[in-house]
Design a protein around this ligand. Structure first.
Ligand SMILES: NC(=O)C1=CN([C@@H]2O[C@H](COP(=O)(O)OP(=O)(O)OC[C@H]3O[C@@H](n4cnc5c(N)ncnc54)[C@H](OP(=O)(O)O)[C@@H]3O)[C@@H](O)[C@H]2O)C=CC1
Ligand SMILES: O=C(O)CCC(=O)C(=O)O
Length: 488
């Protein structure tokens, strides 16, 4: 009861003001580690609220765009400083809203701050090239212009880093924003926007509209005044957004699922491979699009690898992410837990052998959260659902192979192509993997998760719309090239 009385209601942020949605029916954001705790209340917005946010963004964009890149960059530096002042508070809110451990949440918030500073610097870098004209008297060059109003639709699994790696480049290149965060993590989103407000960002440049995906998310995809939509989330929703944008001629960028493999070769450093498989597969409760899901192990090292992996997985401490000793928190919501448990059942039904975990933990103090045990299967074959479909949970599927060629064939035999790792000391194995692995991110002797903010990020096959986010690659989505020809 004590928590209920202190719970804050967060407004939408439209045209520089915190406002209540027209529906007057706030949505509760629940702590997945203890479902009796409400973290905060968010607005359940309607299309009228969305229209107001889009109108504000449209009005603010021309003046924002006219500022120099350096001046826009100053705002990003200020937002980063505001977030730094509230680092622990924002990280704790993230843990309470979606369950990842406080250490991971703090690391992610710092990453968000670093992304802001990186793109602040981009405001001072070149945006075009001089190209020789066939006319000797003419000057020909390229410049770039912003898209206009950008819709930002984000998931709950990286509630700070993903919104910021979309919004920071959108802003630095002169766009204004309508931001619709995942409903699970609306309080964390509101705190990011509070930092933007405290930094003095001009009214209307960023607008926050909370509400359901089917109303506000779909409304953004359909809105005639939104010029581009950047999305991270499920494949089903991503494709729907892509088709809606395509139909009205808007630009879109989609980052979606993964079914990421790790190959462990006979000559791998065993300890390194085990540590990286656990970290890549089970941190954040396996809820990363880059999480390791399939572990393809050569027969010569299989038994030793399996033994060490199981010993370590069974020692992992599951619990509330705010408690220092916790290694793995709960699933982010009831649906996630249900999905993970149903994949575990499918794995057993399709003939895989369960060798660790496999259900909810027994501990009484975990009964009111969405907890699941870290789980490992062996005897997994390529056609099983747990080898093909994204689980988005702490479930590892071990697959034994004889040769590296066989390992690569299995690794590529899925519809996704986001990230992939190999553990080997052999340069030939490394080069074959770099060359033949169909993934946007290939990592050698390193876990499959973990993205560096200054490098391009995105997937192949069904994992993305084939565009790239982050680093300097972000300019490709958030701007259009203008080729200029000048003749005296
Ligand atoms: N690639 C990744 O990083 C992620 C992948 N996923 C995958 O998706 C699965 C389901 O997760 P879930 O959270 O439901 O993912 P969704 O794709 O449903 O949600 C992602 C974002 O899209 C919004 N949204 C939902 N429906 C629509 C719609 N019709 N039109 C526009 N926007 C919409 C959501 O809003 P709201 O929250 O209000 O529903 C949220 O902001 C996971 O199990 C995982 O497999 C999930 C998250 C991240
Ligand atoms: O691995 C990472 O750091 C990023 C993962 C990611 O982008 C995602 O899960 O959506």
């Amino acid at each position: 009861m004590a928590t209920e009385t202190q719970v804050q209601i967060y407004g939408n942020y439209i045209n520089g003001e915190w406002v209540t949605a027209s529906s007057q029916e706030p949505i509760a954001s629940i702590n997945p580690a203890n479902t009796k705790e409400v973290v905060g209340y968010l607005q359940n917005s309607t299309s009228d609220d969305l229209n107001r946010a889009v109108a504000a963004a449209k009005e603010a964009q021309p003046a924002w765009r006219k500022l120099s890149g350096a001046v826009r960059g100053e705002y990003l530096y200020k937002i980063a400083s505001e977030m730094e002042k509230r680092l622990d508070e924002i990280a704790a809110t993230m843990t309470r809203e979606m369950g990842k451990t406080f250490g991971e949440a703090k690391g992610e918030t710092l990453r968000g701050i670093n992304i802001l500073r990186y793109y602040a610097g981009e405001g001072m870098r070149k945006v075009g090239d001089v190209i020789p004209s066939s006319d000797s008297e003419a000057l020909m060059f390229t410049t770039r212009v912003p898209l206009g109003v950008v819709g930002v639709i984000t998931p709950w699994n990286f509630p700070v880093a993903i919104p910021i790696w979309k919004m920071a480049p959108a802003l630095i290149y002169g766009n204004s924003i309508v931001f619709k965060p995942a409903s699970e993590t609306g309080v964390t989103a509101a705190k990011i926007v509070e930092c933007m407000d405290a930094a003095g960002l001009p009214a209307g440049v960023v607008n926050l509209v909370c509400g359901s995906g089917s109303v506000i998310g779909q409304g953004i995809a359909e809105h005639p005044s939104i010029n581009g939509v950047t999305f991270t989330g499920s494949n089903t929703v991503g494709k729907q957004i892509g088709q809606t944008c395509l139909a009205r001629g808007a630009k879109y960028q989609l980052e979606m699922g993964g079914k990421n493999p790790v190959i462990v070769a006979n000559d791998a450093d065993l300890d390194q491979a085990v540590e990286a498989t656990i970290s890549g597969g089970l941190r954040s409760t396996g809820q990363k699009c880059t999480a390791t899901s399939r572990v393809i192990v050569q027969s010569g090292i299989y038994d030793a690898f399996k033994e060490k992996l199981i010993e370590k997985v069974e020692a992992l401490k599951v619990g509330d992410g705010l408690q220092g000793e916790t290694w793995m928190g709960p699933c982010a919501n009831a649906n996630q837990l249900k999905t993970v448990l149903s994949y575990i059942e499918k794995g057993i039904a399709e003939g895989a052998t369960l060798i660790a975990g496999g259900g909810k933990p027994d501990a009484e103090d975990l009964a009111s959260g969405y907890y699941v045990q870290p789980t490992v299967f062996e005897d997994v074959t390529g056609s099983m659902s747990i080898a093909q479909e994204e689980i988005f949970g702490p479930v590892l599927a071990l697959m034994k192979v004889e040769t590296l060629e066989e390992a690569l064939e299995i690794a590529n035999d899925v519809e996704y192509g986001l990230s992939a790792s190999i553990f080997t000391k052999n340069i030939g194995n490394m080069l074959a993997f770099i060359q033949d692995m169909d993934a946007g991110l290939v990592r050698i002797n390193a876990e499959s998760a973990g993205v560096e903010l200054q490098a391009p990020f995105g997937g192949m096959k069904q994992s993305s719309s084939h565009s790239r986010e982050q680093g300097q690659a972000a300019i490709e989505f958030f701007t259009a090239i203008k080729t200029v020809f000048v003749k005296p």
